[in-house]
Design a protein around this ligand. Structure first.
Ligand SMILES: [Fe+2]
Length: 466
């Protein structure tokens, strides 16, 4: 169904076409599968289309005084409630935070053992008679330098619900009933059972979201389109555009050059979790790391907030890392790859990917979709070929297994390619879609690498960290 014979497709020299769009892209995959009026990739190759940037958008962060980011609960009442999927329809993760974060010179981490991690749940219209228990953690972001403030989080809870029915509405409360600290009732719908004619109706895909007034425009758009699932392809809170004293900047490389380490202001993560709760406490969000999640701190620790804030189906999908994992949503197998951890052919991620791809049954999940943060194919000058080394290592493997679509972020624009493999139109290559225009406070990508004088020197383009 997905991969038609090569002779059914045309090729041309025109590889990429693009258009700007400041809000998210909502992909109705079932419509694409059915062809319902949406052009298929077989109708291409398409000619380039570029839409000018709408200058009316506001890439300005919500301030910490905004009611949308302030703490509204008391004591150990849950806040920042979110939902993510496990590997199949019968299981989901519920996450939340209790207690207040601390920031300053003298901070004492909370004891995770002081509050239980319990979800009471049941099908809609029935009692919430099921109980699930999980685990809790506290993370710290430490800067052992004069004048920099340390941070320690509230207690972060992750609970996995199992034995759920497919495509079914559930209601739940989370918290600690022994402390009378339970949340309001929230609702979610499970994914449909996996099969070739069984799909979530709408999946929102967004990258580089941040927490600006543009972000609120994107999230309003997402919410009004009632997605069943959200993919967030990296760069989440942009806490690393701030010093530990809360002073912000508009890009990560253009300021604060005098600090001894790239600082962050971790309360931005709490603000993000509070702002997002109304949407992601009922719609599962699947996150993969971006460069803004690196957040280096003492003892060379990185990605600590990212790995702590979200629940990932890593263990369930045979991964030993929060940086890469996979899951099914109806007839789609999603592969979430880490661009900021080893992708070498000899590394753990590559070997996991080989195993995961080999285990996919295309009779059950005909669609195979991969995401990671930094795009392999992009026509923009910004981040041009930064991920070229990852492409060299992994593209053949993805091509061998016939990946249908790749979603990336990082480049702050929307762009969609024809089917490509190794820089050449190829009917069996994936379509690459970049959605890095989620709304963060950094600049939009506008200049293309093929404009006169704009092509970066190739030896300078790979990202140092990667
Ligand atoms: Fe990025």
């Amino acid at each position: 169904m997905v991969l038609l014979p090569p002779e059914a497709r045309q090729q041309s020299q025109q590889i990429l076409y693009s258009l700007f769009q400041l809000s998210l892209v909502t992909h109705n995959l079932s419509a694409i599968v059915d062809g319902g009026g949406v052009p298929t990739t077989l109708d291409g190759p398409f000619k380039p289309v570029t839409v000018p940037l709408d200058q009316s958008f506001r890439a300005v962060d919500l301030p910490d005084t905004d009611p949308l980011v302030q703490r509204t609960v008391q004591g150990f009442q849950p806040e920042q409630i979110s939902l993510s999927l496990s590997v199949s329809h019968d299981s989901v993760w519920i996450s939340w935070i209790t207690g207040e974060f601390q920031i300053g010179d003298n901070i004492e981490p909370l004891d995770p053992e002081t509050v239980a991690s319990i979800v009471q749940y049941g099908r809609l219209g029935r009692s919430m008679r099921h109980n699930a228990t999980g685990y809790s953690i506290v993370y710290s972001q430490l800067y052992p330098f004069e004048g920099l403030q340390n941070y320690t989080s509230g207690i972060i809870h992750h609970v996995r619900l199992t034995g759920l029915r497919p495509n079914t509405l559930y209601q739940y409360q989370c918290g600690d009933p022994s402390l009378s600290a339970m949340s309001d009732v929230h609702y979610f719908r499970t994914m449909p059972v996996s099969g070739p004619k069984s799909y979530p109706s709408r999946i929102a895909v967004v990258g580089d979201l941040g927490l600006t007034y543009n972000t609120t425009s994107t999230v309003d758009h997402m919410t009004s389109n009632h997605p069943d699932l959200i993919l967030l392809v990296g760069d989440v809170s942009y806490a690393n555009l701030y010093l530990t004293n809360g002073t912000g900047a508009d890009c990560s490389s253009c300021s604060f050059s005098n600090t001894p380490i790239h600082e962050t202001y971790q309360p931005r993560w709490d603000y993000w979790g509070r702002y997002m709760q109304p949407l992601i406490s009922s719609v599962p969000v699947m996150v993969i790391e971006g460069n803004h999640e690196i957040e280096e701190q003492a003892e060379n620790q990185t990605f600590v907030a990212y790995s702590s804030q979200f629940a990932f189906p890593s263990e369930e999908s045979g991964s030993s890392s929060t940086f890469y994992y996979s899951f099914n949503a109806g007839g789609i197998h999603f592969i979430m790859l880490g661009a900021y951890i080893s992708y070498d052919k000899s590394g753990d991620q590559y070997r996991w990917l080989e195993r995961d791809l080999a285990s996919v049954d295309r009779e059950v999940t005909p669609w195979l979709i991969a995401t990671w943060h930094a795009p392999w194919y992009s026509t923009y000058g910004a981040h041009y070929r930064e991920a070229e080394c990852m492409r060299v290592e992994m593209e053949d493997l993805l091509y061998k297994y016939g990946i249908d679509i790749v979603f990336n972020g990082h480049v702050h624009a929307y762009e969609r390619s024809n089917r490509v493999y190794n820089y050449t139109l190829n009917p069996c290559g994936p379509v690459y879609i970049t959605v890095g225009d989620g709304g963060n406070r950094e600049k939009m990508a506008i200049t293309h690498a093929d404009e006169p004088g704009q092509c970066p020197e190739p030896s300078t383009t790979p990202d140092d960290y990667m």
